[in-house]
Design a protein around this ligand. Sequence first.
Ligand code: CO
Length: 468
Amino acid sequence: MAKKIRVTETALRDAHQSLIATRMTTEDMLPILDKLDKIGYYSLECWGGATYDACLRFLNEDPWARLRTIREHCPNTKLQMLFRGQNMLGYRHYADDCVEYLVQRSVANGIDIIRIFDALNDIKNLKTAINAAKRENGKAEAQVAISYTTGPVFTDEYYVEYAKRIADAGADSICIKDMAALLTPTATESLVKAIKEAVDLPVQLHTHYTSGLASMCLLKGVEAGADGIDTAISPLALGTSHAPTESMVAALAGTPYDTGLDIKQLAEIRAYFMTLREKYIKSGLLDQKMLATDAKALIYQVPGGMLSNLLSQLKQAGKEDKLTEVLEEVPRVRKDAGYPPLVTPTSQIVGTQAVFNVITGERYKMCTNEFKGLVAGEYGTTPMPIDPAFQKKICGDKKIITCRPADLLEPELDKLRGEISQWIEQEEDVLSYAQFPKVALDFFEKRRNAEVGINGDKLDKKNMVHPV
Ligand code: CO
């Protein structure tokens, strides 16, 4: 039975987040938006993840203005964002009123699909975001992503159990999110089959090309029943990014899984992004190393970024020779801590603790506050329960949290609004401030200065006067 495979183009979000540290500007996107809209993609992933942060921090852009620009030029294609559950687009847990408001404003500004995930695969951390998306009266698709990882407890059964909980929570679709490129073609086939048998929801596949397996994984996944795939137009594909859109379209063309997309039309999109690629290489933004295949993730079962972090921590301590010991310690720490998937922030927390355990010569002699927090349940429930004796040893008298961490937070939106009343020019500004307080204030100030024609560098900040 033929079915049209949905293609999500990641050029405007994950592809540049993976290759050039999320530095693509709206100006770079603008000339190609109208053409992208005519391709017939299922969706354009274009917002969320690190794009919001990078807009404010590095590009002096209002992320909301970018979203509205893309919406204006792409009226026919669904726009998609990535959302870190209760962490929103930031790095801490937010109160429910903030999470609900971000969902509402994202949809109001043009988002159609909200892909929501939690680093611990704790469904409790996703419910507020899912429910908020559902309240948008069918205007938004709540897609929940499973953070894929490997390890003894991460069997197909584990993922099936989680997929069922996701379906019960009211999600409209499921994404298998392999952010660290750990999937193999065989694992993909068996996982997709198991999830499709257990839940009646569309399944989208998201993997990276780092270890060179992505297009094989996508093909096997589609044959096993996946409904959609994430790809990147070829100039921004491969390496740490995704499988090339054109290659996947060609591989599926004429099969029962045809995508319906036209390779000739995609060639025009490619030509434009090729000019950006050349520009990024020339400026040094795109490092050729990012484009090379590297199967180390598969050998050590840790994400590539985590491996380089471990090495630099060891170098700082003058203990580079301990890398193998640390890599052997990582799975033990992970086991003690209830097997968290290794993604931001858990990859840093577990990695740093493993380094401490090795270089101090005694396990858990020194513990970071973040590690104590993880063990105390401050990030949510870990995939496996943590031994209470271990918890006691690490946390001492620290309170152990078993509820949803955000239940301990008071509503905070009004307070945040009050703190920046002088800067607010649009309702969404409070969300920029909530997520990136310092960076947002700098941005607001630059915005105000530009509006009144003041050169901020010359401003006497203490006396708030501008030199004449
Ligand atoms: Co990704």
